[in-house]
Unconditional design. Structure first.
Length: 118
């Protein structure tokens, strides 16, 4: 089992950048694939980016390709989401999630609010 805590959200102007962090606690971290999701008001939660346990296998939603970068530091048990060239439509609560191989994402953080002003 793993516990997740996000940080780094805030208010930023369009075109700006933010880096989100998700700190994990538990016995192990490397076996977990990690991902970022977001949920905007009135919308369903959507996948943003994911990364495999070793740091490979990165995947991004089409809407953020070229703007966002997901990475992980297994020694620090932390996953990051670098967000550049932010748009107002990226305003949402961003949550990180963890999944063991072959399983769905069932471990979730509480989320961090990202607000992009125009």
């Amino acid at each position: 089992q793993v516990q997740l805590v996000e940080s780094g959200g805030g208010l930023v102007q369009a075109g700006g950048s933010l880096r989100l962090s998700c700190a994990a606690s538990g016995r192990t971290f490397t076996p977990y694939a990690m991902a970022w999701f977001r949920q905007a008001p009135g919308k369903e939660r959507e996948f943003v980016a994911g990364v495999g346990g070793s740091g490979g296998g990165r995947d991004y939603a089409d809407s953020v390709k070229g703007r966002f970068t997901i990475s992980r530091d297994n020694a620090k048990m932390t996953v990051y989401l670098q967000m550049n060239s932010l748009k107002p439509e990226y305003t949402a609560v961003y949550s990180c999630a963890a999944a063991r191989l072959g399983e769905s994402y069932k471990y979730w953080g509480q989320g961090t609010q990202v607000t992009v002003s125009s």
